[in-house]
Design a protein around this ligand. Structure first.
Ligand SMILES: Cc1cc2nc3c(=O)[nH]c(=O)nc-3n(C[C@H](O)[C@H](O)[C@H](O)COP(=O)(O)O)c2cc1C
Length: 300
C-alpha cells in the first residue's frame, strides 16, 4: 500500500513514521537504519559536544543513507540548566545555534526541537527554508508552539517517556484534542509499539507516529544488550514501574515507556517498521474491508 499523509509529504518518507530523539543512543547508525526502513531517522544533537564531532556524525549519516533524515535539538528547561551541575548534556537554546547551521549545511530539511521552547532555532530553520517540528507534553505547549510558527507538533502522551509534565494527558486525549484545536500536522507519541497503536493514532488524527521505546530493542538500536533485555522483560503492570510512568516518578531519567509491553524480541529495524507495523496495519485494514491500495489522510 501507499501511505500518504501531510507529514510523509513534508518529510519525504515512505511511511508516516518518525524516530524519537534519544539522549545517549540517538546517533547515525541507529537513525540511518530507521530512515533506510522507510521512516524519518533523527540524529540527536545533545549527544555531541563539539562542532567537529557533530559535523562528522552528519557526514556519517549521509554515507549510511540516501533517504531523508533530520536532527533533534533537545533544549533543556531553565530549571534543569540552573539546577544541574553543568554537564555536557545540559544544553540551552543558544548552545545549539552553530549546530543548526551545520545541520542546514549538511542538507537537513527538517529539524525537531523538544523539551523547551526554541524560537531562535525555529527562525534559523525557517530562514533556511527548512521545516521546524516541535515536541511537547501538553496541549497548552502545542498551542503555544503553533503560535510561534512550528510546522508540526509532536505531543507525547503520559504513557510515553521523556520529560514529564504534571498536566500531561494520555495519547488518546492529546491526539484527538490536537486534531480539534491545532491547524498544523500532528505527530502522536507515547506508548505506541504495535500496528494497532499506529493505526489508532492515524485514526485519532495524527499525520505521523513517533516511536521511541519500541525501536530501542531493534538490532540496530545502540542500546546495550542488557538494556534491550530489560525492556523486553519489563512487566508493565509492575507497581513501581507503573508509578514511574504515571505518577511522575520518572523525573528526567531515560526510562523505557509503556510501549515496552510490545517489545517481545529483537527485530531488525526493517522487520519492525515494514512487518510489525506497516504490513500488520495493512492486514488489519484489509480485514476491516478496506479495498484501496492507498491510505491517504491528506484531506481529512
Ligand atoms: C532512552 C531514551 C532517551 C530519550 N532521550 C530524549 C531526548 O534526549 N530528547 C527528547 O526530546 N526526547 C527523548 N526521549 C523521548 C523520545 O524521543 C520520545 O518522545 C518518547 O520515547 C516517545 O514515547 P515512547 O517511548 O512511548 O514511544 C528519550 C526516550 C528514551 C526511551
Amino acid at each position: 500500500m501507499i501511505w500518504k499523509t501531510k507529514l510523509t509529504e513534508m518529510m519525504g518518507t515512505k511511511y508516516p513514521i518518525i524516530m524519537g530523539a534519544f539522549a545517549i543512543i540517538g546517533k547515525a547508525e541507529f537513525a540511518a537504519a530507521f530512515s533506510n526502513a522507510g521512516g524519518f531517522g533523527i540524529v540527536t544533537a545533545i549527544n555531541f559536544r563539539t562542532n567537529e564531532e557533530f559535523q562528522s556524525e552528519l557526514e556519517k549519516m549521509n554515507t549510511l543513507t540516501d533517504k531523508p533524515w533530520g536532527v533533534n535539538f533537545s533544549v533543556m528547561p531553565p530549571y534543569v540548566v540552573k539546577d544541574k551541575q553543568k554537564g555536557s548534556w545540559v544544553r540551552d537554546e543558544d548552545s545549539y545555534l552553530e549546530f543548526v547551521d551545520i545541520a542546514i549545511d549538511a542538507g537537513v530539511k527538517v529539524c525537531t526541537t523538544s523539551a523547551y521552547q526554541a524560537p531562535k532555532i525555529g527562525k534559523k530553520l525557517h530562514d533556511a527554508g527548512c521545516y521546524w517540528f516541535h515536541k511537547c507534553a501538553t496541549m497548552k505547549h502545542a498551542i503555544s508552539a503553533e503560535s510561534l510558527g512550528v510546522d508540526a507538533a509532536t505531543i507525547v502522551g503520559l504513557e510515553g517517556t521523556g520529560f514529564k509534565n504534571p498536566n500531561q494527558n494520555t495519547t488518546l486525549v492529546n491526539v484527538t484534542m490536537a486534531k480539534k484545536l491545532l491547524k498544523i500536522p500532528i505527530i502522536a507519541a507515547g506508548g505506541i509499539g504495535d500496528a494497532r497503536g499506529f493505526l489508532a493514532a492515524l485514526a485519532m488524527g495524527a499525520d505521523a507516529v513517533c516511536f521511541g521505546t519500541a525501536i530501542m530493542t531493534t538490532k540496530e538500536s545502540l542500546a546495550s544488550n542488557i538494556w534491550k533485555k530489560r525492556i523486553i522483560n519489563q512487566d508493565i503492570f509492575d507497581k513501581d514501574y507503573y508509578k514511574k510512568i504515571y505518577h511522575l516518578q520518572l523525573r528526567d531519567s531515560p526510562v523505557h515507556s509503556m510501549a515496552a509491553g510490545h517489545c517481545d524480541e529483537i527485530l531488525s529495524m526493517k522487520e519492525f517498521i515494514e512487518e510489525k507495523i506497516i504490513k500488520k496495519a495493512e492486514d488489519i485494514l484489509r480485514s476491516w474491508g478496506f479495498g484501496s491500495n492507498e491510505v491517504n489522510t491528506t484531506s481529512v
